[in-house]
Design a protein around this ligand. Structure first.
Ligand code: BES
Ligand code: MN
Ligand code: ZN
Length: 508
């Protein structure tokens, strides 16, 4: 999709099929709405008096207004001006983009980002507009067969009408937003694919494809023998239960300014040390011998959304050519019951040397992540951030609004929370106190893999923390935010790609 800006204070002269202007409740108009109202002899105010309440996420289409060049003016309700926020703006852009898609438009202009709102900037709003357009034009088709083959959205060009002093910031925001949108589309596509297509091998191929598309990304896909040589006994124990071969994917993004790594070898972790992203890549989670119930088990094809977010984020990082080395690590396999699967009570030895008693084979995400977190040490990273659809307990705690954030490092946690707020991809921090660690005690191994029902998201994070002592670390539990369940809008969301790209771009 193509994005651009235009600057004018005479919005009535903009030539387009559809121009979005925002209106608040109580007859308060944004500057663009005022210009259109004025040029049309009061058509906007008249509509507000009679039929449009300007509630958030509502719209009204006015066609062929006198004195206005746009084919349609799409009034977008912004709600109360006093409570208008960046989130409200993002929702407004999404409402408009969805309208354009449903109307089959190929191009449109939005003046929504020009209106100021608290705790926001023109760049952030332009970014949100591009992300919203990406959201609205995402289309899954790979397995649709004969069902609506040409239902693909046609909206190909979105222009933002902004003021002259906003133009530079808006252009930069659009570039970041487009990269985020493209990354999210990749993440969503991989998430939505069924598990019989999106296997570990397929994820490895998707990573290799990124490596071919972006010359600054290099990709290695390790196979079972190489994973064995690394002594990833915990990861391999999960993989053993399936016929589908596991892979361990290493993606490296190197910025143009990157010094030869030999110079850095052995040096302490500095600001410019790489940031490592780790993503859970269970392409299907049946639970193993601790089998899950049948209801909604199909949604466990989404158990690789952490992995897909790593790929989507690296894609965005490469498109933005960020000046920071970023490494993506993806352990990927299936979790199935079989004659070779883990059994409750089995003890395995992780790459770190710590032994693990597997009391529940359905707590498999942490078993593949712990070896990956140990592997991450070799990069002497500035920070390691893992994302995983890790626990149903996190969905109970935070629902589908906030991702769960865990980190022993207050500064890292605060930076990630801020990135989430800025990118409209929020996270909420949960505690990691030592007292929760006690739940992981085992009589037969260094640690158990589960800590019982109470605080399930926290004890899962506590388990991971035992493998992250060598660096600054944060964990995002995206079980509630990576996809939407059931319903008409069932599908991957592309989260937490916006949060991660925002964090990386702000700390490059
Ligand atoms: N992939 C699941 C977590 C999950 C479940 C995400 C439902 C989204 C919706 C994970 O592997 C899992 O099964 N976790 C268990 C852990 C338990 C056995 C301690 C869970 O949450 O029930
Ligand atoms: Mn599981
Ligand atoms: Zn899982």
């Amino acid at each position: 999709m193509e994005f651009s800006t235009l600057t004018t204070a005479a919005q009535q002269n903009i030539e387009t099929a559809a121009l979005a202007v925002g209106v608040f409740t109580n007859g308060i108009l944004t500057p663009a709405a005022q210009a259109v109202d004025h040029a049309s002899g009061g058509a906007v105010r008249q509509t507000l008096e009679t039929e449009f309440r300007a509630k958030p996420n509502t719209r009204l289409v006015l066609r062929n207004l006198p004195g206005v060049n746009a084919g349609r003016i799409v009034l977008i309700g912004l709600g109360e001006q006093a409570s208008y926020s960046a989130r409200g703006h993002a929702a407004a852009e999404l409402a408009f983009a969805r309208y354009c898609v449903s109307a089959g438009l190929t191009e449109a202009v939005s003046a929504l980002a020009a209106a100021e709102c608290p705790a926001s900037t023109a760049a952030r709003r332009a970014q949100a507009a591009a992300v919203a357009a990406g959201e609205a034009t995402y289309h899954y088709s790979l397995t649709l067969g004969k069902k609506d083959p040409d239902a693909a959205p046609r909206l190909a060009k979105l222009t933002l009408a902004v003021s002259r002093d906003q133009a530079t910031a808006a252009t930069a925001g659009l570039a970041r937003g487009r990269a985020i949108a493209n990354g999210m589309a990749l993440t969503r596509q991989l998430g939505d694919l069924p598990a019989n297509i999106c296997t570990p091998t397929y994820l490895g191929e998707a990573a290799r494809k990124l490596g071919r598309e972006f010359r600054r990304i290099t990709v290695e896909v390790l196979e079972r023998q190489q994973i064995e040589a690394l002594k990833m006994g915990s990861f391999l124990s999960v993989a053993r239960g399936s016929y589908e071969p596991p892979v361990f994917i290493v993606l490296k993004y190197a910025p143009a300014s990157r010094k030869p790594s030999a110079k850095r070898r052995g040096a302490p972790a500095t600001n410019k040390a790489p940031i490592v992203l780790v993503g859970k890549g269970i392409t299907f989670d049946a639970g193993g011998i601790s089998l899950k119930p049948a209801a909604a088990m199909d949604e466990m094809k989404y158990d690789m959304c952490g992995a897909a977010s790593v790929l989507g984020t690296l894609r965005a990082v490469a498109e933005l050519e960020l000046d920071r080395e970023v490494i993506g690590l993806v352990p990927s396999c299936e979790n199935l019951p079989s004659g070779r699967a883990n059994k409750p009570g089995d003890v395995v030895t992780s790459m770190s040397g710590q032994t693990i008693e597997i009391l529940n084979t359905d707590a498999e995400g942490r078993l593949i992540l712990c070896d990956t977190l140990t592997y991450a040490e070799r990069f002497k990273p500035a920070a390691v951030i893992d994302m995983a659809t890790l626990t149903g307990a996190c969905v109970v705690a935070l629902g589908h609004v906030n991702s769960g954030l865990f980190s022993p490092d207050d500064a890292l946690a605060e930076n990630l929370l801020q990135a989430g707020r800025d990118a409209n991809d929020p996270a909420w921090r949960l505690p990691l106190d030592g007292a929760y660690q006690e739940r992981l005690r085992s009589n037969f191994a260094d640690t158990a893999n589960v800590g019982g029902r109470p605080a399930g998201a926290i004890t899962a994070a506590c388990f991971l923390s035992r493998f992250t002592k060598a660096y600054r670390w944060a964990h995002l539990d995206i079980a509630g935010t990576a996809w939407r369940s059931g319903g008409a809008d069932k599908g991957a969301t592309g989260r937490p790609v916006p949060l991660l790209v925002q964090y990386l771009a702000d700390h490059a």
